[in-house]
Design a protein around this ligand. Structure first.
Ligand SMILES: Cc1cc2nc3c(=O)[nH]c(=O)nc-3n(C[C@H](O)[C@H](O)[C@H](O)COP(=O)(O)OP(=O)(O)OC[C@H]3O[C@@H](n4cnc5c(N)ncnc54)[C@H](O)[C@@H]3O)c2cc1C
Length: 390
């Protein structure tokens, strides 16, 4: 059964969502818990996602992608994450990097990189964070110095999703570390793991949840990158490229949050109808009904906000305000809903036999990823203050 929602889907979107839902029900749900507990990279599921065209979802057709709007992409990510949030994570930075290349890359860069990204043969990661710089990204230390036809990169990137299985990475650097303001000295490069001597995968970071996905350190020691891989072809544009690309990450995380929250709600409502206490299903007790009502209301509000923010991005508008609100509200909702779902499951919810414990471990990451929710609030407030003028 499709999740009841106020969102109206086009015929094409309905078809795509049903296809993803079939994949999730048939292939993902039977294996997700076991793979997650084993922290196993989902090789077979990724192969099936490749066959379904998911890695090329938003890449233009001329490069072999499906050229879908972000509103449809959001629906895909939600459905995937209803099965297992990690799958929505594997396509996230890949989609962000493909959009960055499509939007700011040269024609040569696009035709060289996008076709194998569209098939998922070469999956991408995004390297912004460093050991000493996360929220304050302008404080990164990684440098890129021009040397003939190349740039030489030095530094360490932290928390790189797809660090092991990704083959190419968008890397934020400083080409002018002394620039004032700092963002004017930043540039982004596409670094292909093969053949870039000097780029190595470091520690694989163990996590509370979001398992099965590789999160790593990446080291760059005199790593040589052709100047043709400077995104936009001009130094000093990196901050702008990253900030507009991160909006897509926020739409992804908000959609993932809606997906996980929906899964938690659906497990909880089914359980509430089956579980008896005091001679009747617990769903008959008003305390449970109130929780279910609050959960469903917030999930639907999060879904509507997320799809509306995605539609803004499709219209070519900056969405730091709406995307920020969607990310903030959807992820806080997901975390609350995961806990409420666990409460509805009583003691069984705390065991590893029930899926709710996974939702409970997966949701806190989304409060942090693609900019913490504290940072989202600052972004939202900054936009509002600007909008309301003096
Ligand atoms: C599983 C996982 C996957 C990730 N994947 C990637 C990836 O693929 N690529 C990538 O580049 N990064 C990735 N990240 C990094 C993530 O984006 C950062 O962790 C996040 O941006 C926060 O940075 P930080 O961890 O350095 O926290 P800090 O910036 O050190 O923040 C610590 C705390 O201080 C608060 N804080 C900081 N500044 C302010 C302020 N001005 N006002 C109020 N509060 C503030 C923060 O909200 C937070 O609560 C990933 C992280 C995780 C955990």
């Amino acid at each position: 059964m499709a999740t009841p929602s106020l969102v109206t889907l086009t015929e094409e979107q309905q078809m795509i969502v049903s296809e993803v839902r079939r994949f999730v029900e048939k292939e993902v749900l039977p294996v997700a818990t076991e793979m997650e507990h084993a922290d196993e990279y989902p090789v077979d599921l990724v192969e099936q996602m490749k066959a379904l065209g998911m890695f090329g979802a938003t890449i233009p057709q001329e490069y072999g992608g499906l050229d879908l709007p972000f509103a449809t992409y959001a629906a895909i990510v939600e459905e995937l994450s209803r099965g297992w949030m990690s799958l929505g994570g594997i396509i996230n930075t890949h989609t962000m990097v493909s959009w960055m290349i499509k939007t700011y890359g040269s024609d040569e860069m696009k035709s060289r990189l996008l076709p194998t990204m569209a098939t998922g043969e070469r999956r991408a990661g995004l390297c912004m964070t460093e050991p000493n710089a996360g929220s304050d990204l302008q404080a990164i230390n990684m440098t890129a110095v021009r040397d003939g036809d190349d740039y030489v990169l030095n530094g360490t990137k932290m928390f790189v999703t797809n660090g092991v299985h990704g083959k190419l990475f968008a890397v934020l650097t400083k080409t002018d570390p002394k620039a004032k303001p700092r963002y004017k000295g930043m540039s982004t490069f596409i670094v292909e793991k093969e053949p870039t001597p000097g780029m190595t995968v470091g520690r694989i970071i163990e996590k509370l949840g979001y398992k099965g996905v590789d999160t790593t350190e990446l080291f760059f020691e005199d790593a040589r990158v052709p100047a043709a891989n400077l995104v936009g072809g001009e130094e000093g544009q990196g901050w702008y490229h990253i900030m507009s690309t991160i909006e897509i990450g926020r739409i992804n995380v908000a959609s993932r949050a809606v997906g996980v929250a929906t899964a938690a709600f659906e497990d909880a409502i089914k359980y509430a109808k089956q579980r008896h206490a005091f001679g009747q299903p617990i769903a008959n007790h008003q305390a449970i009904q109130i929780m279910l009502a609050e959960m469903a209301t917030k999930i639907e509000a999060a879904r509507l906000l997320t799809r509306a923010a995605a539609a803004k991005k499709d219209a070519g508008e900056r969405t730091d305000l709406w995307g920020g609100m969607a990310k903030l509200f959807a992820t806080e909702t997901a975390q609350e809903v995961a806990l409420q779902a666990m409460r509805i499951h009583g003691g069984y919810g705390y065991t590893t036999e029930m899926r709710v414990e996974r939702y409970y471990r997966d949701t806190p990451f989304m409060l942090v990823g693609e900019g913490t929710n504290e940072i989202q609030k600052l972004v939202i407030a900054r936009n509002l203050l600007k909008m309301y003028g003096d």
